[in-house]
Design a protein around this ligand. Structure first.
Ligand SMILES: [Zn+2]
Length: 92
């Protein structure tokens, strides 16, 4: 929990920067594969290809056939109270 609005704003601002992501990891709900993007342009897909992560410790670039299959395992320096969820899409 954050004690003040300014503290929350500071953390939100950090989320877009490399300083706040220790490990860009997520798990596929379909095949159970745990994937980690280690560099900014390190695009990693799970075994079954349902999800991917990218961006390394620069930013979280996630996607997949269904966002529900993405189990977030990101390690943060400062745990964000409100991790932005991937945008809802109705394609497919
Ligand atoms: Zn998978």
């Amino acid at each position: 929990m954050f004690n003040s609005k300014s503290e929350m704003r500071r953390v939100n601002a950090m989320m877009g920067h490399s300083s706040n992501i220790i490990r860009n990891m997520c798990k596929c709900a379909k095949c159970g594969d745990i994937i980690e993007s280690k560099h900014r342009h390190d695009w990693v897909e799970c075994k079954c290809g349902a999800i991917f992560t990218d961006g390394g410790t620069e930013y979280l670039h996630r996607g997949g056939v269904d966002f529900k299959d993405i189990i977030d395992m990101t390690e943060w320096r400062v745990p964000p109270s409100n991790v932005p969820k991937p945008p809802e899409r109705s394609e497919g």
